[in-house]
Design a protein around this ligand. Structure first.
Ligand SMILES: [Zn+2]
Length: 70
């Protein structure tokens, strides 16, 4: 079980509470060229961004395949 820490306010979210945050965007290997020169994770993964109460985005790496555990 991973937790996600906000860089803005240091709030910690577990997977369930993180999913309750407002969705911002999801970046995949083909949508992230301006962020990463090379996608550092599996091509089955997307980096999902959600909005913390403080305004910062909190990212989580999500697998597109439910059976695939990172
Ligand atoms: Zn925050």
């Amino acid at each position: 079980m991973s937790t996600h820490e906000c860089r803005g306010c240091n709030a910690r979210y577990d997977a369930v509470s993180w999913r309750s945050l407002p969705f911002v965007e999801a970046l995949g290997p083909d949508e992230s060229r301006d962020v990463f020169t090379e996608w550092p994770w599996s091509r089955d993964s997307t980096l999902e961004l959600r909005r913390c109460a403080c305004g910062q985005t909190v990212a989580s790496l999500e697998s597109r395949r439910a059976s695939h555990a990172a």
